[in-house]
Design a protein around this ligand. Structure first.
Ligand code: GLC
Length: 726
């Protein structure tokens, strides 16, 4: 009997030990428990590898695969495509002693293959639900192409249109930026981290990147703790409150020390004040930048100060790989701190399902079916149509009449590549719907006469031909703008206007005496004086993405009534920069003596084919005890003949405070759909939080006194009501 029992026990043991599941391999255990178990089993080099984020390029394929085999890499960026990423994951899974998978990161900023409008354009929709759908669509395409984490949303705030990266922002306002940061995080991450259609988001660039001096990218910044708390942190806080899984540091400094090594920013603020508990990574080789700008003697010092400041993953500099093991052995970095960083990196991989299904993101059939799907294009179209801002419409030149010959003229009539804007991932120019194609699909093409050209093709001869065409046409649409090579990272312009020859074209067309409809394609606020003087109508189309031309055609022909509103102030002249709607007040406003005062177009401005009448602003009470909510109402009536969506905006002005208050601040907005003649009451619930400020001790407080509650269609045209807090 004994022999049989012995054999039975040995065979059970053998079966169990062969298929043994260490706790970290047990899917039924909580992620935290699996992480902790795996950490215990990892060697120091394996831990350091988890913090090494390395760029992939086809030309370094062999080197990357060698580094993977040698256990030096934890995650890759710039590797994409289901087949390629599968091959890279196979290298990892074949050679990793503990079976630790790679994670794949990418810059999916406004779409992966189906490209939506640039983020600055998307923000002009004032539609967080639609922005969330846009992000979710991008995540669905990106995950089908082997990506699990995206370096978005970018939530920087700027008042300087010269900065090329202003196109990546959600505009100049912290309140709206916070609403859209939340929407993007929820769109990217969905409700369930291991849903293979969702990505981990990475909110960036922490923090204050947009405060660059002179609008020059990579320049250092110099801003106050007050600016940090009031303007730059709120969108990050919104992203953190929405559960963002990672943060990326900025290239810049705070109070003289590069953020990449700044303990105050990376631990005191991000972890202790803001409560972020996820993975914190550098931007591209920021440890090397610290050395090259003389803020650290060498890579080892930068790595030591970086880790001790709270930065956990090193993008592309290899300094963590080169020095962390030695720094731990020298006891300059506590093993506990290293373990915390590794735990944050591993947690993302467990949550994404990479340990249990290392190849679930690498299905080429799913990739083929998902990219550029009709569903994706529909969202891109809706986003484009919702982001285009009608800036002028003299004598109701728009929407176009349904008869007559239409002349489509200019360098953006057949242009496709520029529609993708900057950070356009795997967008393909040939897949863009141009303006000509948009009109051809929604109009009788016998009406359409197109004269397009290259960006640098607006010659005198071209202008002469354009003028001739215009004279023979009933409707003249001119499509102009700036090359998207002038926006994005590492680009700053001194001038913020379209090329002179394009202005000359618009002027020549106006001289024909015809109505001129101008459509603008750009990635930043521009000085538009001469364009405005020579256009009867002006539509700001931004860089509208894959479906941009269809959206332009459908708006101009009246199929869509534009509802977008500017989220970045348009100056009259670049000499007014920095310019915003909510600057701090002063005892004496000195305006530029040589130009009319104020902005060309204020924050929140945008026209519709109909018009809205605001009336009857009233409050539940005219005075409220601090800490109690109060409702205010206003009636909005559609007084025109087109149904439309109106973005009703709420601003608050603190009349007297213990610090210099701002002119006004956006504190809420609501969209309302109104049919011709329809009137609705819009109610805002003013919560106590809306009346708070940072006092001169940087404490968040509410001070008694007089406030103005302001409601209207933009930041300049407002109905006002006094409110006393006591
Ligand atoms: C860049 C950018 C950052 C981007 C990263 C990876 O230099 O500053 O926004 O996500 O590198 O491409």
């Amino acid at each position: 009997m004994k022999a049989i029992t012995l054999i039975f026990i040995m065979s059970i043991t053998a079966i169990y030990s062969f298929g043994q599941k260490h706790p970290y391999q047990n899917q039924s255990l909580p992620v935290e428990q699996r992480v902790n178990d795996l950490l215990k089993r990892m060697t120091l080099p394996e831990k350091v590898a988890e913090l090494n984020l390395v760029p992939y390029y086809e030309q370094n394929d062999a080197k990357v695969k060698k580094d993977i085999r040698e256990g030096k890499i934890g995650a890759l960026l710039k590797a994409n495509g289901a087949a390629r990423n599968r091959s890279l994951q196979e290298e990892a899974m074949k050679h990793s002693r503990l079976g630790i998978p790679l994670m794949f990161h990418e810059d999916v900023i406004h779409g992966y293959r189906t490209i939506t409008p640039i983020p600055l354009a998307e923000s002009c929709s004032w539609n967080p639900e639609l922005v969330a759908q846009s992000s979710a669509m991008a995540a669905k395409e990106a995950t089908a192409a082997g990506i699990q984490l995206t370096y978005a949303p970018m939530v920087d705030i700027s008042n300087d249109p010269r900065w090329g990266r202003i196109m990546e922002t959600s505009g100049e306002d912290a309140f709206l930026g916070s609403v859209l940061a939340r929407a993007r995080v929820e769109g990217f991450q969905g409700k369930n981290a291991n849903d293979p259609n969702t990505v981990a988001a990475c909110v960036k660039h922490f923090a204050g990147y947009g405060a660059l001096l002179g609008g020059c990218d990579y320049q250092n910044t110099d801003f106050s703790l007050r600016d940090l708390q009031e303007r730059y942190l709120p969108p990050f806080q919104a992203a953190i409150d929405a559960g963002v899984k990672s943060v990326m540091c900025s290239y810049t400094s705070y109070d003289g020390e590069p953020v990449t090594m700044n303990y105050f920013m990376n631990t005191e603020i991000l972890r202790k004040q803001m409560g972020f508990k996820g993975l914190f990574m550098t931007d591209w080789t920021t440890f090397n930048h610290a050395v090259s700008e003389g803020a650290a003697a060498n890579g080892k010092e930068a790595a030591e100060r970086g880790m001790l400041s709270g930065i956990e993953m090193d993008m592309s500099s290899w300094q963590y790989h080169n020095h962390l093991s030695q720094l731990v052995k020298e006891k300059k970095i506590p093993m506990k701190q290293l373990d915390n960083a590794v735990a944050h990196a591993l947690k993302l991989k467990f949550e994404a399902g990479l340990f249990d299904h290392p190849y679930q993101y690498f299905d080429t059939v799913r990739e083929q079916r998902t990219l550029l799907s009709e569903e994706s294009k529909k969202i891109a179209y809706e986003m484009a149509a919702a982001s285009m801002v009608l800036l002028k419409n003299k004598d109701n030149a728009l929407p176009l009449k349904s008869t007559g010959k239409i002349a489509l003229i200019g360098p953006f009539v057949t242009n496709k590549a520029d529609f993708l804007g900057s950070w356009s991932m795997k967008g393909v120019a040939e897949e863009v719907v141009s303006v000509l194609e948009g009109f051809s699909s929604n109009q009788d093409i016998s009406r359409i006469f197109a004269l397009g050209c290259e960006q640098n093709g607006v010659s005198n001869e071209f202008i002469a031909s354009a003028t001739t065409l215009a004279q023979k046409s009933d409707i003249v649409i001119v499509c102009v703008g700036e090359s998207c090579s002038l926006i994005g990272e590492a680009v700053t312009t001194a001038r913020i206007s379209i090329p002179q020859e394009q202005i000359k074209l618009v002027k020549a067309l106006k001289k024909t005496g015809k109505q001129v409809i101008t459509v603008l394609f750009n990635g930043r606020p521009l000085v538009l004086d001469e364009i405005l003087q020579n256009s009867d109508a002006l539509l700001e189309a931004w860089y509208p993405g894959t479906m941009g031309g269809q959206a332009v055609a459908d708006i101009l022909t009246g199929k869509i009534n534009p509802s977008a509103k500017l989220t970045q102030t348009f100056p009259r002249h670049s000499g007014q920069i920095p310019i915003s709607y909510n600057q701090r007040r002063t005892f004496g406003y000195i305006h530029h003596a040589d130009i009319p005062q104020g902005a060309e177009f204020p924050f929140g401005y945008g026209l519709s084919y109909t018009n809205y009448i605001y009336s009857g602003l009233e409050a539940e009470r005219d005075s409220i005890r601090i800490g109690t909510p109060v409702k205010i109402k206003i009636r909005v009536k559609n007084n025109g003949k087109y149904a439309g969506r109106e973005v009703v905006q709420l601003y608050i002005r603190d009349e007297v405070a213990s610090i210099v208050p701002r002119e006004k601040e956006l504190k809420g907005f609501q969209s309302v759909i109104l049919h011709p003649g329809e009137e609705k009451t819009v109610t805002f619930n003013l919560t106590p939080e809306l009346f708070t400020l940072y006092n001169n001790k940087m404490q968040k407080v509410t001070e008694p006194g007089a406030f103005q509650i302001m409601v209207g269609p933009n930041s300049a045209d407002l109905q006002r009501k006094k409110m006393i807090l006591y």
